[in-house]
Unconditional design. Structure first.
Length: 131
């Protein structure tokens, strides 16, 4: 797997400051400490930051279930933002729901560390790309 596909050497991930850990093939946990650069003008984490956190974790989860040499790309994501958050550590848990030959379907949930109530829930589909 290339550094880009594995989440290493990905400048946006580095800028936003989140970590990705593959718990098992098809399951990834992403964490991020909320900083000022993540906030919208009203003082809450910008929806685009949450979206990027989950989208990137979904890509890593997809790469964990596709054959060596293949890559992936997001083709559809749906986000539902449930409550605002302005401080703390965010935890996004992503799971592959179904891994087909051409499309992988996933689900992601974001919460604040130490709180089981979701901040956002997302579903997504990723295309599996042959070399």
């Amino acid at each position: 797997m290339s550094d880009q596909a594995s989440g290493n050497g990905f400048p946006l991930k580095d800028y936003l400051g989140f970590d990705l850990v593959e718990e098992e093939p098809g399951r990834v946990v992403a964490t991020m400490e909320v900083a000022e650069r993540h906030l919208s003008p009203n003082g809450t984490v910008h929806g685009g930051v949450l979206f990027t956190l989950v989208d990137t974790a979904m890509g890593k989860a997809t790469m964990g279930v596709v054959a060596e040499g293949r890559t992936c790309a997001s083709i559809e994501l749906s986000a539902r933002y449930l409550r605002p958050v302005g401080t703390g550590r965010l935890v996004a848990e992503v799971t592959v729901l179904r891994a087909g030959r051409r499309v992988v379907h996933l689900e992601g949930r974001v919460r604040c560390e130490g709180d089981d109530r979701p901040v956002a829930v997302m579903t997504g589909s990723f295309a599996v790309i042959d070399p």
